[in-house]
Design a protein. Structure first.
Length: 139
């Protein structure tokens, strides 16, 4: 019997607490306003999710562009270094070839002497060929 009394007391306490909650429930108009707020906030949440997806996609595209630019930058730097080395080599070649006036003069003199000798040889050859042609024409 004692158990039954305790059980009844417990049930009465539960009923009393549930009745207290009834007074805390919002009115019909408040519930409608809350429902409207919920729908508005759900719409805002959906917009935020779509915006986040779009921004993440754009961020990925920008990161890819950045990587391409960095690769291009490295390539340009490498090419500039190669060109600097090539220019340096060309300057050394020019310095070694054209800064030696004595060498240039002796090369010029040698070439001129060879050409003069070749011209004399060709003039003699021309005379010999002309003589041969005259001889053939006389016969």
């Amino acid at each position: 019997m004692k158990q039954m009394e305790e059980s009844i007391v417990e049930l009465l306490g539960h009923i009393a607490s549930q009745m207290g909650r009834e007074t805390k429930l919002p009115s019909f108009n408040e519930a409608k306003n809350m429902e409207g707020d919920l729908k508005f906030k759900e719409g805002q949440l959906q917009n935020a999710v779509v915006t986040l997806a779009r921004l993440n996609k754009e961020k990925e595209m920008r990161n890819q562009d950045f990587e391409k630019i960095m690769l291009l930058d490295q390539k340009v730097i490498s090419e500039l270094d190669q060109l600097k080395e090539k220019i340096s080599g060309m300057k050394e070649d020019l310095a070694s070839k054209f800064n030696s006036n004595d060498t240039l003069k002796s090369d010029w003199d040698e070439t001129a002497r060879k050409l003069k000798n070749k011209r004399q040889f060709m003039v003699r050859k021309k005379e010999v060929l002309n003589n041969q042609v005259r001889t053939l024409n006389m016969q």
